[in-house]
Design a protein around this ligand. Structure first.
Ligand code: IPD
Length: 258
């Protein structure tokens, strides 16, 4: 594996979260013009300025690392080390004065996510993890729940349109109908629910690598699991099952194609 000091990388990622929060909060407080991207999703000056602020921090610390960022795309440099950045996940909620939005930042080394950081500035919360170091929220270690029966579990759902679409839609519905409860805050709050012990399973579909990149290590270092709907470990396929680990195989059996 490419040599990078993970504690240093994590400290840089958290500094980048702070820079992103400062850039976005300026607009959040006064309101911002909403533009529409070709895929009909919203974007604002806050997304762009947050991304510039994040990249400035990352690139001054790691000038040779590659970048994959939602608004500015790819910068291919080192083949083994790449930062994956979403400057504001939950832009739609951000533009409407919601609280569940913020930056997602992850470091991928040799194809493996080894550092992840996620900020929700309107709530004053930051989550972070590095490989082997545990997951923290605002400095306090996080562990996933110990609920081991789906019938007793709360399921946190991401974007409902893609989740309910064929072919997996009916199987997602089965999971929801089997669980004790389902909640649908979406965006980065979807996984935060599991990290906060408010949910035991998280399902997401139809998203991009930057929407998922840090969630994998945040879950794993909190004692949970992250896979695709098919049980693979990629953050690049646009779908995710996150869980406390204990419920993972049961949920995969219910929703995977095989
Ligand atoms: C969006 C969110 C949303 C999903 C969209 C994404 P963004 O991210 O993750 O839940 O449905 O496809 O684009 O644009 O707010 O970073």
């Amino acid at each position: 594996m490419t040599e990078v000091d993970l504690d240093h990388a994590l400290a840089v990622a958290r500094r980048a979260l702070d820079a992103a929060a400062a850039a976005a909060m300026k607009h959040y407080d006064v309101g911002v013009k909403v533009e529409t991207k070709p895929d009909r999703s919203p974007v604002t000056a806050a997304d762009r300025e947050s991304e510039v602020a994040i990249l400035e921090v990352l690139q001054s610390a790691f000038p040779d690392h590659s970048i994959l960022a939602e608004e500015s795309g790819k910068q291919d440099k080192a083949p083994h080390a790449r930062w994956i950045v979403d400057p504001i996940d939950g832009t739609r909620g951000f533009t409407r004065g919601g609280k569940f939005w913020g930056a997602l930042i992850a470091l991928e080394l040799d194809g493996e996510i080894v550092v992840g950081a996620m900020g929700l500035p309107a709530l004053g919360d930051q989550y972070w993890a590095r490989k082997g170091g545990g997951t923290f929220k605002n400095g306090v270690a996080r562990r996933v729940t110990a609920i081991d029966a789906l019938e007793d579990a709360t399921v946190s759902l991401g974007e409902m349109g893609p989740l309910l679409s064929p072919p997996h839609g009916p199987r997602v519905t089965d999971v929801v109908r089997t669980a004790a409860s389902a909640r649908c805050y979406g965006d980065l709050e979807g996984v935060a629910m599991v990290l906060d012990g408010l949910a035991d399973v998280w399902l997401e579909h139809g998203v991009q690598p930057w929407d998922l990149a840090p969630t994998k290590i945040l879950l794993e270092e909190a004692g949970g699991r992250f896979t695709t709907f098919d049980g693979g470990d990629s953050i690049h396929l646009g779908h995710a099952v996150g869980s406390n680990g204990l419920l993972h195989d049961r949920v995969l059996q219910m929703i995977s194609r095989s």
